[in-house]
Design a protein around this ligand. Structure first.
Ligand code: FAD
Length: 505
């Protein structure tokens, strides 16, 4: 590439700045010029404080250490998600979806064996909270960080202040040579062949580029509006389309988990940050008004100051039919969004940029592998949607029409149907995940955790005293093992006045 290749990123939310950092890291030294333009007037979405362990790849790729970014973004550790009140079944009103640790392999096999016995009807109580170290660490307010002498690692994620993370990434990108422009784009100019040629702003700026990245949020100004790429809505399976967020004071010591508690018409998150607690209610606007959602959320927060304003957001749930079209890639909310239950927004951002960089390079900076990228990202969106949908399908609440509708006449993919059939017929779930080749989206542990945690078991029981005794013995051994392991992990001590989490050894 003799001539400088110019990439213009539209939008300075988390997606825009993550893209800018990753592209600069990959291509700056190869003579590719990267510019980010954002509106001084259109705010970022201002939510998105949770993550999956996948996000650690971003910081590792960028050589950003936890000690550098976490204090600046008031970040905390996340060991997993606790779901409460999604079912009313005795013994299954709450469960923890853990992230894995290196110590889980043996116990996961024991878990699957016990789950298998329970699925065949043996009279035992099998619950994921008893089988994974992360659940025990979380209960004990322990970080996923072992002491130096203990070599077993845990795979964890983070919580962070979305605005501060954006600011942090912006500074990093500009320091790395990304050009920055401020402007309100109001017109997209195209070449005769339909490719995007330049963006025009309110103040008559014309910014041209060879390639464009649409990070303009739900507006999707380039991909959906200018290039007319169709949007496939998930509203026929996922009912939530709105959210309201209200911060409250920080809790010390914080509990290193996202709480996802079912509410009358959706669910609420509680996310511990170093300087405050993030709270939000994700709901269906067809079932609940914005005012009532705000009221219910305020009622659920213990220490909220009435004068703290609520932040209301409308969500467009679904995905573009293509993410890379012509000379444009959509990243972040402009490409799609699966509601935030599993906090996969930034994961999809990262997956998209990684896929794009790999394939664009492989095709010598042409669109040769565009279809591969689009198919791969569509599959990731759809399979994550399936996993999220299962939380709703598996509810047994009858207190509101919302919860009945959540297991009503919804679109269910063949893939998810296959999984549910295998489970209900007592088949081998691992075989099914392998047959469908979908473990890369959610692993066996996650599927077992949700189906077991929500108590999807046969109603009838049989007794076998020998097997039941063996089951209790095995659980007692595991408990002793976990008690021992818990002491090998660091404790959360306190917050300093700047809101930085202090760790005790
Ligand atoms: C309720 C909710 C909860 C969420 N929770 C999570 C979570 O826990 N974990 C997670 O990973 N993700 C979560 N997400 C998703 C996450 O918030 C987003 O993926 C992330 O913030 C990236 O957003 P974005 O950068 O794509 O868009 P935005 O933050 O909306 O940024 C859009 C950018 O485009 C710019 N722009 C718009 N119009 C113009 C214009 N005309 N000219 C110039 N610039 C323009 C804006 O100025 C802004 O800079 C959540 C989303 C919602 C709605």
């Amino acid at each position: 590439m003799a001539k400088t290749f110019n990439i213009l990123i539209l939008g300075g939310g988390t997606a825009g700045w993550m893209t800018a950092n990753l592209l600069a890291k990959a291509w700056n030294k190869r003579g590719i010029s990267i510019t980010l333009m954002e509106s001084p007037d259109v705010p970022t979405v201002g939510v998105g404080e949770g993550s999956t362990p996948y996000i650690r790849r971003f910081f590792e790729k960028m050589d950003i250490s936890e000690s550098e970014w976490m204090p600046q973004c008031h970040a905390t550790y996340k060991n997993g998600i606790r779901f409460t009140d999604w079912t009313t079944k005795p013994g299954f009103k709450s469960y923890f979806h853990p992230f894995a640790t290196q110590l889980d392999a043996t116990h996961f096999n024991v878990f699957k064996q016990h789950v298998g016995l329970r699925r065949k009807g043996l009279h035992i109580h099998v619950h994921p909270d008893d089988y994974f170290l992360m659940a025990r660490l979380t209960e004990n307010h322990k970080l996923p960080l072992p002491h130096d002498h203990f070599s077993h690692q845990a795979f964890y994620a983070y919580h962070f202040d979305a605005k501060l993370l954006g600011d942090f990434l912006k500074k990093r990108a500009i320091d790395a040579g990304v050009n920055y422009l401020s402007g309100n784009v109001d017109k997209v100019e195209k070449h005769p062949n339909g490719d995007i040629a330049a963006l025009h702003t309110h103040s008559n700026q014309r910014v041209e580029a060879d390639f464009f990245v649409d990070c303009s949020g739900f507006r999707s100004l380039l991909m959906q509006k200018a290039l007319k790429v169709p949007f496939s809505s998930y509203s026929n399976s996922l009912l939530n389309d709105a959210a309201v967020a209200i911060p409250s004071t920080a809790e010390t010591p914080y509990c290193p988990q996202t709480l996802s508690a079912a509410m009358p018409c959706g669910w609420r998150w509680k996310i511990p940050l170093a300087h405050r607690t993030g709270n939000g209610y994700v709901y269906s606007s067809a079932h609940l008004s914005a005012d009532e959602a705000e009221h219910q959320l305020r009622q659920s927060i213990r220490s909220v100051n009435k004068s703290v304003p609520a932040h209301h957001v409308k969500m467009k749930v679904g995905r573009n039919q293509k993410h890379w079209e012509r000379n444009c890639l959509a990243v972040g909310l402009s490409q799609g969004f699966i509601e935030p239950l599993e906090a996969t927004g930034l994961q999809m951002t990262l997956v998209t940029i990684e896929q794009f960089i790999a394939h664009f390079e492989k095709g010598h900076f042409t669109a040769q592998y565009q279809e591969n990228v689009n198919n791969g990202i569509n599959a990731a969106f759809d399979h994550i949607r399936d996993y999220v949908l299962l939380h709703y399908l598996a509810n047994n609440r009858s207190d509101t029409q919302y919860w009945k509708d959540c297991r009503g006449d919804l679109a269910i993919s063949d893939s998810l149907r296959g999984i549910l059939e295998v489970w209900s017929q007592g088949g081998d779930l691992d075989n099914e995940l392998q047959r469908q080749n979908i473990s890369q989206y959610y692993p066996s542990l996650s599927w077992h955790a949700i189906l077991t945690g929500m108590g999807i078991f046969p109603a009838s029981f049989y007794q076998d005293q020998y097997k039941i005794q063996q089951f209790h013995q095995s659980k007692a051994n595991m408990k002793a093992f976990f008690d021992n392991c818990v002491s090998q992990f660091q404790t959360i001590k306190s917050l300093d006045p700047q809101g930085t989490v202090q760790h005790a050894s």
